[in-house]
Design a protein around this ligand. Structure first.
Ligand SMILES: N[C@H](CCC[C@H](N)C(=O)O)C(=O)O
Length: 290
């Protein structure tokens, strides 16, 4: 019998990115990778990311979050999932601003104008090759040597890389179907250049203020939206002169507004959070029969 039995959960989504919020406050229970894989396989608790909400570690924060992908891997950032947890806790307490914490640091969250809209300060991006991390040194991470397709005429090449709490590679394209991300994604996600794997995006810049994005997520695959990928694409587009610092990033599930603030280089991500249903975990959810 797992210690997670009877714990409350909220099934949510952020622009269609499937999020399972498991409330472990007041308990010492922890979600293991195996627990996450079991829950993700079930219809009622299927997710791209699981946000495990624990008692705060730091005074002044509302909770500490552990984040697990559908494959059971534990990661340090999930933009859409953070908006979902923030919305849930703000609904619970009536506050309009709170701070959450993950292993990557603090995340200040603010209720937006529209119901369910949340702005998260995702902190400042990192661009150094060792911070992504990459397996070898690249002086200019705005365009690294990585390509897919024939040597003399690669289909995609020279991605920008960034770390926004997690690793991202963004390929700049004019046509989002130039490669089938279902096939290219897994190859690039696990490329030896990425010792911690990477989230892979195809980005089409449509104006100085707009980017369209398709994402293959590390540990989850193709998703309808990826908040950290939107952040990574926005800052990479700005630092390569393709856009300004205030853009709308449109994913298959919908738009996010990303502002890369000049004053402190922090990234502000604004978008929706939606509650689908609530439930309680049961022991049979963790049986292999699932
Ligand atoms: N797959 C990501 C974590 C979730 C990111 C995404 N769902 C978001 O909204 O940021 C990773 O392994 O780094």
């Amino acid at each position: 019998m797992t210690v997670l039995n009877d714990r409350p959960y909220a099934k949510m989504n952020g622009l269609g990115n499937e999020i399972l919020v498991v409330d472990l406050r007041g308990s010492v229970a922890r979600v293991t990778g195996e627990d996450a894989r079991a829950l993700s396989r079930r219809r009622e608790t299927h997710f791209d990311q699981l946000m495990a909400v624990h008692d705060p570690h730091t005074p002044g924060t509302a909770a500490f979050m552990r984040i697990l992908n559908a494959d059971g891997s534990e990661v340090s950032a999930c933009g859409n999932g953070t908006r979902c947890v923030a919305d849930l806790l703000m609904q619970e307490t009536g506050v309009r601003e709170l701070a959450l914490e993950t292993s990557a640091g603090l995340l200040v969250c603010e209720a937006g104008i529209r119901p369910g809209e949340v702005t998260v300060d995702m902190g400042a991006p990192k661009f150094g090759w060792a911070d992504i991390p990459l397996a070898e040194a690249f002086a200019d991470t705005r365009a690294i040597e990585l390509q897919l397709g024939p040597i003399e005429a690669p289909l995609i090449h020279s991605p920008s890389v960034a770390n926004v709490g997690n690793p991202h590679a963004i390929f700049w394209v004019n046509d989002l179907s130039v490669v089938d991300l279902r096939r290219a994604g897994p190859m690039l996600e696990s490329h030896p250049l990425f010792p911690e794997r990477a989230n892979i995006s195809l980005a089409k810049v449509t104006s100085r203020e707009a980017i369209t994005l398709k994402v293959w997520e590390r540990g989850a695959g193709l998703t309808l939206a990826c908040g950290t990928a939107a952040c990574a694409a926005a800052v990479s587009a700005a630092r390569t002169g393709r856009t300004g610092r205030d853009v709308i990033v449109t994913l298959p599930g919908g738009p996010l507004r990303i502002v890369w603030r000049e004053s402190d280089d922090h990234i502000l991500m604004t978008g929706p959070a939606e509650l689908e249903h609530r439930g309680r975990l049961t022991a049979e959810m963790f049986s292999d029969a699932a």
